[in-house]
Design a protein around this ligand. Structure first.
Ligand SMILES: [Zn+2]
Length: 228
């Protein structure tokens, strides 16, 4: 399946806890059995696991290389250096937008590319380069999770700050936590139980998302800062 003459872009998308990494690692292991040269790249924002391997929720591991999120071109360099037939890219939504031409280059040079990422951000908005990568894809796997509130099918990623829904004007990508005191967690939710807090700063909520009750979220002494 994975010959250089078979350029392919497979995008594995879905919310938090939907098993994207497990599915990616399954496909990469299969390719290795087929004696394909495989490389896996991750953005350096992903600090959940040590730098030299990716780990899924089911504790599957695969060697990986951390790439600065601002330099997605380095994935192409890596693939050339390793003479890779197959290139896995995790958390594509965290890379800057030049991940799009980088993926195109990988495919145009006959490589089988498998990209994973959150299709929607914590506020339910299409996430950075993911909508474009999904449109470019030859194959799409859209995974779902289970809502932690009601057990229904979950398609949304809930961000909680100190146990409360994150505000719509919170930074898209949080590097190293919102602040030292804040405890930030993510969980899978269905559309009904997905909540986005009212803006902490001024300005209307974007994307027409429903608002929680007044004063649901309050962070003091922190100025909102948008990123990504
Ligand atoms: Zn639910």
């Amino acid at each position: 399946m994975f010959y250089r003459t078979d350029p392919w872009l497979h995008v594995i998308a879905g919310c938090m806890s939907s098993g994207k990494t497990d599915e990616l690692l399954r496909l990469l292991r299969r390719a290795e059995i087929a004696r394909r040269r495989v490389v896996l790249a991750r953005p350096d924002i992903d600090t959940r696991t040590p730098p030299d391997y990716a780990e899924s929720r089911s504790k599957a591991r695969f060697p990986s290389v951390l790439v600065p999120r601002s330099e997605p071109d380095l994935v192409v360099t890596l693939a050339r250096e390793r003479d890779a037939d197959m290139v896995g890219i995790e958390e594509a939504e965290f890379f800057e937008s030049s991940i799009i031409p980088a993926v195109e280059t990988l495919r145009n040079t006959g490589r089988h590319v498998i990209v994973t990422g959150l299709n929607l951000d914590f506020a339910g908005r299409p996430f950075n380069s993911m909508p474009t990568l999904l449109a470019m894809a030859d194959e799409i796997t859209m995974l779902t999770a289970i809502c932690v509130v009601c057990g229904a099918t979950a398609t949304r990623t809930q961000r909680l700050v100190n146990g409360r829904p994150a505000a719509i004007d919170d930074p898209l990508i949080v590097v190293g936590g919102l602040d030292r005191a804040a405890v930030e967690t993510y969980e899978a939710r269905c559309l009904v139980h997905h909540e986005v807090g009212a803006p902490r700063g001024s300005g209307p909520a974007e994307w027409g998302h429903r608002r929680p009750e007044q004063g649901a979220v309050r962070a003091e002494g922190r100025s909102p800062e948008r990123q990504g």
